[in-house]
Design a protein around this ligand. Structure first.
Ligand code: C5P
Length: 225
């Protein structure tokens, strides 16, 4: 890993707003973006295509290392298939979360995530960005929000993407996924040391963004190093 290229990590549970904030921050800074959740989602899709089951840890680890994924602006490709919409369903999120608990899978994706570090800098969004993948990151942020608010946001996001969802089952799926992400033994979702913690439940995106930008400026100013 190149320690001279700056990295900002944004971790948190689903619906905390981390995806939106990471994207806007990367755009504002002119830095690269790593949506690490997309890697787990595409891998879940690849495993289905290859008929590899969730209990075949070694095979899943191999698929993770070989995953033929390509990010092209807003589009995400698995081989020659555009899977951008397909991977965003809650059921694919849940499938991703099941395989994400497997050590072989996490090991297979580790270096691939680190390869995203390129000048002038990287904004990385996920669950273990600040704790495991980029522990040396100069700026770490942990975003959260109440379970009700997160479910509402996911509901709106999915509707905006033209997907049909039932609020009751969504709340249940989000709760199940968060519980699994928090309690797994391998790289669980947790607050990294020295992270800025923000609860965005009653904050607008603009307010969250401003607080994040202030923190980034503080941490990246020459006086901070
Ligand atoms: O962030 P997103 O909802 O796309 O992530 C999908 C799933 O992938 C998460 O529920 C989590 O289980 C897994 N994930 C992970 N580590 C990351 C990013 C995502 O375990 N860094």
């Amino acid at each position: 890993m190149n320690a001279t290229i700056p990295v900002i990590t944004i971790d948190g549970p689903s619906g905390s707003g981390k995806g939106t904030i990471a994207k806007q921050l990367a755009e504002q800074l002119g830095w690269h973006l790593l949506d690490s959740g997309a890697l787990y989602r595409v891998l879940a899709c690849y495993a289905q295509r290859q008929q590899v089951q969730a209990d075949e840890a070694a095979k899943l680890g191999e698929l993770a290392r070989l995953l033929p994924i390509r990010f092209e602006g807003e589009r995400i490709w698995l081989d020659s298939e555009d899977v951008s919409s397909l991977i965003r369903t809650e059921s694919m999120g849940n499938a991703a979360s099941r395989i994400a608990a497997i050590p072989e899978v996490r090991a297979g994706l580790l270096q691939r995530q680190r390869d995203f570090v390129r000048p002038p800098g990287l904004v990385a969004d996920g669950r273990d960005m600040g704790t495991v993948v980029f522990p040396q990151a100069q700026v770490k942020i942990f975003l959260t929000a109440s379970a009700e608010e997160r479910a509402k946001r996911r509901y709106k996001q999915l509707l905006d993407k033209g997907m049909t969802v039932k609020m009751n089952s969504l709340v249940e799926e989000i709760r199940e996924r968060d519980e699994r992400d928090r309690t797994r033994t391998e790289s669980p979702l947790e607050v990294p040391a020295a992270a800025l913690q923000l609860d965005s439940s009653s904050m607008s995106i603009e307010t969250v963004m401003q607080q994040v930008l202030d923190f980034v400026q503080l941490k990246l100013s020459p006086a901070a190093s």
